[in-house]
Structures are given as structure tokens and as C-alpha cells.
Design a protein around this ligand. Structure first.
Ligand SMILES: Nc1ncnc2c1ncn2[C@@H]1O[C@H](COP(=O)(O)OP(=O)(O)OP(=O)(O)O)[C@@H](O)[C@H]1O
Ligand SMILES: [Mg+2]
Length: 258
């Protein structure tokens, strides 16, 4: 882990109408590091990701990428920076095959036609680089894939574009034990390859297994942003999520969300 964050959010506030969802949120992503973003349902995790990626405009706050201030105003801007997101609701097209999904909206052309061989090869190479072995053909429709395989394709889509930061919103939520392991292995490999990875998860065992740091949100605030060590206990994380505080760590007056 290097000391400098690749992506930083400072003092982010976001309201939906009268509902103040994010309060002065600071969040950092480091290269080569898995940062877990945890919090109860409705804590604001997905909203924070959507603010970072320019899907929601923020009321106030600043963002830095590789140390420089950035203003993103949509998914295209963040993709250009090298930030890719895999949303909770995957956003793959079921009726398209793996290659078509990977290149959707960014198809490779040759002489004005789709360059299928090149896209197929890139799809195979990307899956192979991620050590994905369970997908039989890159021409399989997504509708014929298992949940874990779909998640893998969504992650492959995110890393195909030489990304530097990958944000994963609950990639293992719907997966069985074996598939969860595959996706977590993939998450680790991305970080080991130098990417800054954010893992949103409700599964504290997954978080402890694969993450280097954890940012815990409670009622739209950051309750703690700490490294995970061999001493980090599951109960500590659960207390941060459910009470905003554990021992000396966390928000004062957490019960009021202050
Ligand atoms: N588009 C929206 N309009 C109005 N309120 C919203 C919108 N999106 C989110 N919220 C509210 O913001 C709060 C945070 O939601 P968010 O989806 O960020 O939570 P989360 O931490 O991702 O939860 P989960 O673990 O269930 O995915 C919730 O109270 C939610 O109702
Ligand atoms: Mg969410």
C-alpha cells in the first residue's frame, strides 16, 4: 500500500429533497488496496458511490483523483479517469453475449464494421487475466450464466478498460459459497495488480477475508475509517454498522446520528 490515495472525496453532502442522506463524508481509495465500504441498509453507501461517479450531483464536497481536484459530471468522465463501477443492479444486458456486454457502447470498429475477432480475443484475454475459468464461451448469452459468472463478467467489463479504480457494490450479495470465493479471489487479484478496489458488502467475513481497510458508514456519516489487521474482530465491524461506534472508535452520540 502506498501512502497517497488515488481517489479522495472530502466533505460530501447530499440530500434528496428534504432528506439529508450524506453528511460531510470523507472517503479515500488507495492503489493496491481493497477498501471495504460497510454500513446498514440505507446508510448511504450506494449514494456515495453514485456521487463519486457523477451520477448524482453533490450539494457540497470535493473530489481528487491522483492528487488533483476533479469535477466529474457523468459516467463518461469517470471512465476517462480510469474509474469503473459495478453497480448493485449489475446493468448487464441479458439478451446479449459476453463480448457484446463487455464492449457495449465502446465497440471496436474496423473499416466501419464491428471488429468481432479483436473484441472476442480481448474478452478471452481479460477473463483469462482474471483467472476466470468457469465461463465456457465468450459468445454465451448473459441470460445463460449463473449469478457468479454474471458478476465476473461485470467485473471483467470494469477492468477491460485499463481502469485504476474499481468500485464494486455488493458483488457477492446473491452468490453461493463457491461463487463468492471466486469473486473475492478476483477482488484480491485486482488489488494485487495495483488497482484501488472498493468493496461494498454486508458480509463481515468477506470483508475481513479480503480487505485492507474499512470505511464504516452510519446514518450517512463515516463512523470509522481504519486499517484491517489480524486483530480486527467481526464484532467490532458489526458494532460500527449497528451503533456507529465500538469502544473508542466511531461517532460520538452515534445513537442520534450526530
Ligand atoms: N434516488 C433517491 N431518492 C430519494 N432517496 C434516496 C435515493 N437514493 C437513495 N435514497 C435514500 O438515501 C438513503 C441511503 O440509500 P443508499 O441506497 O445509499 O443506502 P445503502 O447504504 O446503499 O443501502 P443498502 O445496503 O440497502 O444498499 C436511504 O434512506 C434511501 O432511501
Ligand atoms: Mg446500496
Amino acid at each position: 500500500m502506498t501512502d497517497a490515495p488515488i481517489l479522495e472525496a472530502h466533505g460530501v453532502n447530499k440530500s434528496f429533497g428534504p432528506v439529508h442522506v450524506l453528511h460531510d463524508v470523507d472517503f479515500r481509495v488507495y492503489p493496491g488496496t481493497v477498501t471495504a465500504l460497510i454500513g446498514d441498509n440505507g446508510a448511504g453507501k450506494t449514494t456515495l458511490i453514485k456521487c463519486i461517479t457523477g451520477i448524482y450531483p453533490v450539494d457540497s464536497g470535493e473530489f481528487r483523483f491522483e492528487g488533483k481536484p476533479v469535477h466529474v459530471s457523468g459516467p463518461k468522465d469517470v471512465a476517462e479517469l480510469g474509474i469503473e463501477v459495478v453497480y448493485q443492479d449489475l446493468a448487464l444486458c441479458e439478451n446479449l453475449d459476453i463480448v457484446q456486454n463487455l464492449f457495449l457502447g465502446r465497440e471496436r470498429l474496423k473499416y466501419g464494421l464491428l471488429d468481432e475477432p479483436s473484441m472476442e480475443q480481448a474478452a478471452r484475454d481479460t477473463l483469462a487475466s482474471l483467472s476466470v475459468r468457469t465461463v465456457k464461451s465468450v459468445r454465451q448469452k448473459v441470460s445463460s450464466l449463473s449469478g457468479g459468472q454474471r458478476q465476473t463478467v461485470a467485473i471483467a467489463k470494469a477492468v477491460l478498460w485499463n481502469s485504476k479504480v474499481v468500485l464494486l457494490d455488493e458483488p457477492t450479495a446473491a452468490l453461493g459459497v463457491a461463487q463468492t470465493k471466486q469473486v473475492l479471489d478476483l477482488v484480491r487479484r485486482l488489488a494485487d495488480a495495483g488497482l484501488g478496489v472498493v468493496l461494498i458488502s454486508h458480509n463481515m467475513n468477506d470483508v475481513l477475508q479480503v480487505s485492507d481497510r474499512v470505511c464504516a458508514m452510519y446514518l450517512g456519516r463515516v463512523a470509522a475509517d481504519v486499517p484491517i489487521t489480524s486483530d480486527t474482530r467481526r464484532e467490532f465491524l458489526v458494532e460500527l454498522i449497528t451503533a456507529g461506534r465500538s469502544g473508542d472508535v466511531g461517532l460520538l452520540n452515534a445513537a442520534e446520528g450526530v
